[in-house]
Design a protein around this ligand. Structure first.
Ligand SMILES: [Zn+2]
Length: 254
């Protein structure tokens, strides 16, 4: 299974609409929204969920409550920079979210959802665009190939649930590297025509389009995170292990 997910950082609604119109996407995606972009669900049939910004100065409870009010039906949750903790798991579980997608297990072959005892299911991230092109900056690896087509092959041919995390801004800029992003972001945010900012070589946009081409060739469509989780649980039985599950989980397995 493949789940395309997107974090909408630095996108306006107008930018989102332009991007969506120009981006071929098989199936349904999950959008982690920096603003409540309801049109993604209402007009395009995608799943929408919050992408709150939690830093050490913000009031986390206030931020969680604000987003719950913006998207009262949302089931999924992902904070900017993948902020998560046991306490946050409890809080978002109590707010009615059932899925967090905040664990980064880049490129791991045996990837599948797991139930966090602290309230929610985790649907780990298999591939994240800025994790990929930032990797040379981290200086923690030797030889590393950015945009390695093997990630696409693994996802299209592998079992499990492969969550891809892309950023529409990187698709629009065709971001190839962190340095390129830092250079072009101010003009993008100021509203400059995206064609004048887009990278001409191979970048995030090309990698995404190659992924979609491979999905199309195999007849695979993206699933939303809740749909993929339901399907995965049906295939694997109720692997909630011995962990006491919430009411909705018991109803689910009944
Ligand atoms: Zn973000």
């Amino acid at each position: 299974m493949i789940c395309l997910t997107f974090d909408t950082d630095h996108m306006s609604e107008a930018r989102m609409r332009t991007w969506l119109a120009g981006c071929r996407m098989p199936g349904r995606a999950t959008f982690f929204c920096t603003e409540p972009f309801h049109f993604l669900a209402d007009e395009a049939g995608h799943e929408i969920a919050p992408h709150p910004f939690l830093d050490d100065r913000s009031n986390w409870d206030e931020e969680l409550a604000k987003w719950r009010a913006h998207l009262p039906e949302a089931k999924c949750w992902r904070a900017h920079s993948l902020v998560f903790s046991q306490l946050l798991g409890v809080k978002i579980g109590k707010l009615g979210y059932t899925i967090a997608s905040t664990v980064d297990v880049f490129g791991r072959p045996d990837i599948s959802p797991f139930l966090v005892p602290w309230g929610v299911w985790q649907m780990p991230i298999f591939y994240m665009d800025n994790n990929d092109f930032n990797r040379p900056e981290f200086g923690t690896l030797g030889e590393y190939r950015v945009f390695d087509p093997r990630f696409i092959e693994m996802a299209v041919n592998g079992s499990g649930v492969h969550v891809f995390d892309f950023h529409p801004i990187h698709y629009e800029l065709n971001t190839p590297s962190y340095a390129y992003y830092v250079e072009k972001k101010p003009a993008f945010k100021a509203g400059a025509p995206v064609e004048t900012l887009r990278y001409g070589g191979y970048g995030t946009r090309n990698f995404f389009d190659d992924l979609v081409r491979a999905m199309d060739a195999e007849g695979q469509a993206s699933m939303t995170l809740p749909a993929a989780l339901d399907s995965w649980r049906r295939q694997h039985g109720d692997l909630s292990y011995a962990v006491p599950v919430g009411k909705s989980d018991r109803e689910h397995s009944a």
